[in-house]
Structure formats: C-alpha cells, structure tokens
Design a protein around this ligand. Sequence first.
Ligand SMILES: C[S@@+](CC[C@H](N)C(=O)[O-])C[C@H]1O[C@@H](n2cnc3c(N)ncnc32)[C@H](O)[C@@H]1O
Length: 241
Amino acid sequence: MLPHPPLTEHYPTLAAKPAFVNRLFDAGAKHYDGVVDWGFLCSGSYYRRWVQRRHGLKPGLRVLDVACGTGLVAVEAARILGGAENITCLDPSEGMLAEARKKLAATFVLGRAEEMPFPAESFDFLTMGYALRHVTSLEETFREYHRVLRPGGKVLILEVTKPSGRLGRALFHLYFGRIYPALTQLFTRSREARDMMKYYWETMDACVPPEVVLQALQAAGFREVQRLPMLGLFSEYSAVR
Ligand SMILES: C[S@@+](CC[C@H](N)C(=O)[O-])C[C@H]1O[C@@H](n2cnc3c(N)ncnc32)[C@H](O)[C@@H]1O
C-alpha cells in the first residue's frame, strides 16, 4: 500500500521516488527549520515535546526517530530524556542529517524506514514526524517498525491530515497549496525551499485517509492502534508492539 499515488510529474515511476525525495530534502535542508517554524506559527517545538510526553516518552527509554530530518522531534525527545545518548536518528538525506548533527549528540544513521539497519527489538519508543508520505510502502515500513521495537514498545507517527469539512479543506488548500509555498519563496529567496514546500503540499493533498494508515498498522501486527486528531489538522497515530 502506497501512502499516496505516485506523483508522476515529479518522478516517472515509483522506483524513482526515493532519489527525487532525497534531492528535494538535500536541497531544502538549510531552510527547513525556518520555514516550518513560521509556517506553523512557531508551535512546532512545543507540540513535538508535548506529544511525545503525552504518549509516554520518559527517561531510560531507547528512542528511534525515523525520518529525523533536521532533528526537530529528536531535540525535544532529548529534552524529555535529559540527554541524547539513548536516541538514534535515521534519515536518507545527508543534507537533513547534517543539519540535525549540529543540534544534538545522538547516533545518526543514513537509511530509509522501509529497510532499517538495526537488529530486532532494539528500541522502546519509535517516532516519525511528518514523513510517512515519503515512504514507498506502508506495509514494509510498519513491518520494520514492528521488527525493531521490543514487545510492548510504542510507535508514534505525527502527520498533517486534510480536514474533512468543505470549508476546512478550502482553507487547507489555500494556505498549504498557495500561500505557504509563495511565502517560502519570498522569505528564503530559494526556489529549492519553495519546491520542497510545494511538494509537501502535494503529498498531503494526495495522502491516503487515516483509516488506511490504521489498517496498515494493524496488519503489521501492532495492537492498541489509534489515531488522535488534533485541531482538525494534525494526526497522532500510536500503537503498541
Ligand atoms: C518533512 S521532513 C520531517 C522532519 C522531522 N521529522 C520533522 O518533524 O520536522 C521529512 C523527512 O523524511 C525523510 N524521508 C524521506 N523519505 C524517507 C524514507 N523512505 N524513510 C525515512 N525518512 C525519509 C526526508 O529526508 C526528510 O528529512
């Protein structure tokens, strides 16, 4: 199951998607933090910390942050844990990892969610922030999550989800589809940053509905699978191995 149909105006086949996504994030990496900071009204750090705490992150747990990007989720995890020595960050973009390395002394690994270079049952708490749309297979990704978590370990996936009402959808389209990419270009004067946020929007718009994500988590063998919607815009998917 794909998180969204292939966006063939960007890559001709699904096999070409990872290389396209990598180029996009490598090129936009140095702008990412600034753009998501004002784009989400400076709420990102607080929210990323609050959500991890609410879902049970506490000192002593071994954490894997998949699709760590510039480290926005992992930095907040480190604040909760009191340090980064128990945190492993995985991402396929060298550019994004380079930004993350400047912020915290975690273990950084180049790799993709669908095929992770970790032994079975290595982690207690697995996070993925705003990146599920970029994988090539939900089944493979969740099979890997199930494999690397210890029994009783928790997965927490954060996503932006298209609102269900007509007005909400229209505003969502206007802001993320038009205003956000245009302001990104204006503020950063970077075509790469604008392209990154334009693609961000296209994948949100094309994304499968939450029920599909929940079913895929269940099919991978997770229990206590649930989605907590937040402000009609964010989804917190959680499940227990
Ligand atoms: C929008 S950023 C999210 C960064 C960060 N987690 C956050 O909360 O802001 C998406 C990240 O997903 C990464 N990514 C893309 N494809 C991936 C894959 N197949 N597996 C893991 N990460 C992937 C990208 O390199 C990028 O760093």
